[in-house]
Design a protein around this ligand. Structure first.
Ligand SMILES: [Zn+2]
Ligand SMILES: [Zn+2]
Length: 173
């Protein structure tokens, strides 16, 4: 996840707002993990952090868009973000199970793992199946042509594979 820790040691009682260019934050990660994502509308994030008993309240959002390959045709699909968040995070000591917690109180210093928080929000906002449009026809499994752009002459119906096997047997007779 993107490395970005915010020191909250001198957080005023009324809280403080942090803002980021999300793009900068995420592009390195996309490269590192070989994700074929590209920036669309500039990604931006704000986090308003206020102290609470045992933790902090975080109110903020993530906006912008990212261009991701379509699951069917690999063409460009633009995913827009308009994420709002309002959550309470408890301060915890880093542990073996969670070495980089969202809100760390290691060595008496309060630090917010903003990279992890924003990365989680970013991924939650991505649809499970990315399509360039709802009725994307995808690529032909036979010849690889983009069926949104042109039709192809591949046999559309290969038939029941068991029948195909029988046809094969007949040919051998
Ligand atoms: Zn598509
Ligand atoms: Zn084809």
């Amino acid at each position: 996840m993107p490395e970005l820790w915010l020191s909250l040691d001198d957080l005023p009682a009324g809280g403080r707002e942090f803002s980021f260019s999300g793009q900068e934050l995420f592009e390195g990660f996309w490269r590192e993990y070989g994700l074929a994502y590209r920036p669309g509308r500039p990604l931006a994030a704000t986090l308003a952090v206020t102290p609470q008993e045992g933790g902090v309240r975080i109110v903020g959002g993530l906006t912008g868009s990212v261009v991701v390959p379509c699951d069917r045709c690999t063409g460009d699909a633009e995913i827009g973000f308009d994420v709002e968040l309002d959550l309470y995070e408890e301060a915890v000591e880093p542990s073996i199970e969670d070495p980089e917690p969202l809100l760390s109180s290691a060595d008496g210093h309060l630090k917010l793992n903003a990279g992890r928080l924003l990365w989680e929000q970013f991924n939650l906002a991505l649809p499970v199946k990315v399509l360039c449009r709802k009725d994307c026809k995808g690529l032909c499994p036979g010849c690889g042509r983009d069926l949104n752009v042109e039709a192809c002459t591949c046999e559309k119906d290969e038939g029941d594979p068991r029948l195909a096997a029988l046809r094969g047997l007949k040919l051998k007779q």
